[in-house]
Write a protein that binds this ligand. Structure first.
Ligand SMILES: *Cc1c(COP(=O)(O)O)cnc(C)c1O
Length: 384
C-alpha cells in the first residue's frame, strides 16, 4: 500500500496523498492498473496485498487513500456510483426494523433508494427538516440507527448545522451521515465537525469534468471502515481503475475549481437578486438565506450551486431553461461547464407528490468555471 503521511495543506494533499511516484517506473501519475488478477509468489504470496481487483486494485487504493486524506478520515472507499456507495453504507449500518431520519430535501435518488428499495427490506425512514435540530431530535425513535444529512441540500440549498446534529447523534447513540457532494471536502469537512461517515457522488465536483460516474465513503471510525470495506468487497460495486484515475485527475484541481465556482456563483447571484423575472434566489452566501450564518461557520466558501424561482410558474421556468445557450440544459452538476435544469421535471421528478416535492417554478444552476461575464450575458438573455 502507498503509505505516506501528508501534513500539508488541502491543496497539496489533493495532488499528492496516496500517490507517490510509481515504484516500478517512477511514473509521476498513478498508472491505470487495468487488471483483474495478480501473480502470487507461491500460494498466498501476495505483492502489496493484491489478489483480485474487486478486493483491491492499486489505482483504486491511490484514490481511496487520497479521499481519506482530503476528508481527514482513516478509511476511504471508492464505488461505481454515489448510489452504490449509499447502498453499501445502508446495508452495513441497517437491519430490518431499524429506522433512519432523512432530510426533507434529499437528493432524489437518495430518497428513491429509501422509499422504493431499502424500505422493501424492512427499514423504516422518516423525513425531518435537518436545518432545524429540534425537528431531527423529535424524529428519533428507539430503533433509529442513523441521521442522514445533505448540506448544502439539493435543489433548495438548505443548510444543516453539522456540529449541532453531531451532538444530537452522539447523545442518542446513532450515526451521523453527511452527503458532502455539494460542498466537496475543500469547502467543508464534516468528519472534523463530528460526522461519522461522509458520502460523495464523485461524479460531481470531485471528478469535476462530467466524464465519470463514481461514489465514495469516508469514515474516521476504523471499525466501521473495516465493516464498510467488507461489504464493498462482498457486494462488489467497486469503482473501476480508469474511473478511479479520472476522479484522481479531477481532484488535483479541486481547490482551484471550487474557488472559481464559488466566485462565479456569487456574480450570478448578484444578477438574479436584482432581476424582475426572479422571485426568489436560494444561495447560502446570501445574508438573507436562513442558513447563512451556519454556512459561513462551517464552509470555506459557498459553492457553485444556485437555485431560483421565476415569475410566471412552471412554463416560465421551463422557458428560461430552453433559452439558455452557454448554460447547457442537463442533469448532474459540479463540472467545469455550466448547467441549467428544471428540478421538478428533471432531477427531482422521482419525488413528485412526496414531502420532498420542489416548487414548479424552480430553476437550478450548476455554475461552471467559464468567464463570469459570458455566463451573465447568457443568463440575462435566457431570463428575457
Ligand atoms: C448525484 C448525487 C448523488 C448520487 O450519485 P450518483 O453518482 O449519481 O450515483 C447523491 N447525492 C447527491 C447530493 C448527488 O448530487
Amino acid at each position: 500500500m502507498n503509505e505516506q503521511s501528508f501534513p500539508q495543506s488541502f491543496e497539496t494533499r489533493a495532488i499528492h496523498a496516496g500517490q507517490p511516484a510509481d515504484a516500478a517506473t517512477g511514473a509521476v501519475v498513478t498508472p491505470i492498473y487495468q487488471v483483474s488478477t495478480y501473480k502470487q509468489d507461491g500460494v498466498g504470496g501476495l505483492r502489496g496485498g493484491y489478489e483480485y481487483s474487486r478486493s483491491g486494485n492499486p489505482t483504486r487504493t491511490a484514490l481511496e487513500e487520497n479521499l481519506a486524506a482530503l476528508e481527514g478520515g482513516r478509511r476511504g472507499l471508492a464505488f461505481a456510483s454515489g448510489l452504490a456507495a449509499e447502498d453499501c453504507l445502508l446495508r452495513t449500518l441497517l437491519r430490518p426494523g431499524d429506522h433512519v431520519v432523512i432530510p426533507n430535501d434529499a437528493y432524489g435518488g437518495t430518497f428513491r433508494l429509501f422509499a422504493r428499495v431499502v424500505e422493501q427490506w424492512g427499514v423504516e425512514w422518516s423525513v425531518a427538516d435537518t436545518s432545524d435540530p429540534a425537528s431531527v431530535r423529535a424524529a428519533l425513535r428507539d430503533r433509529t440507527k442513523a441521521i442522514w444529512v445533505e448540506t448544502p441540500s439539493n435543489p433548495l440549498l438548505g443548510i444543516t448545522d453539522i456540529a449541532a446534529l453531531a451532538d444530537i447523534a452522539r447523545t442518542a447513540g446513532v450515526r451521523l451521515v453527511v452527503d458532502n457532494t455539494f460542498a466537496s471536502p475543500y469547502l467543508q469537512q464534516p468528519l472534523a465537525l463530528g460526522a461519522d461517515v461522509v458520502v460523495h457522488s464523485t461524479t460531481k465536483y470531485m471528478g469535476g469534468h462530467s466524464d465519470v460516474v463514481g461514489g465514495a465513503l469516508v469514515t474516521s471510525d476504523a471499525e466501521l471502515g473495516e465493516q464498510l470495506a467488507f461489504h464493498q468487497n462482498a457486494m462488489g460495486a467497486v469503482a473501476g481503475p480508469f474511473d478511479c484515475w479520472l476522479v484522481m485527475r479531477g481532484i488535483k484541481t479541486l481547490a482551484v475549481r471550487m474557488d472559481r465556482h464559488s466566485a462565479n456563483a456569487a456574480r450570478i447571484v448578484d444578477l438574479l437578486t436584482g432581476h424582475p423575472s426572479v422571485t426568489q434566489v436560494y444561495y447560502p452566501g446570501l445574508p438573507s438565506h436562513p442558513g447563512h450564518e451556519v454556512a459561513a461557520k462551517q464552509m470555506r466558501a459557498f459553492g457553485g450551486m444556485v437555485s431560483f424561482r421565476v415569475a410566471g410558474g412552471e412554463e416560465a421556468a421551463v422557458r428560461v431553461c430552453d433559452r439558455a445557450r452557454l448554460f447547457t440544459l442537463g442533469e448532474s452538476l459540479g463540472g467545469v461547464e455550466s448547467l441549467i435544469e428544471h428540478p421538478g421535471l428533471m432531477t427531482h421528478a422521482s419525488v413528485s407528490g412526496s414531502a420532498l416535492e420542489v416548487p414548479a417554478d424552480l430553476v437550478r444552476l450548476s455554475v461552471g468555471i467559464e468567464a463570469a461575464d459570458d455566463l451573465l450575458t447568457d443568463l440575462t438573455t435566457a431570463l428575457g
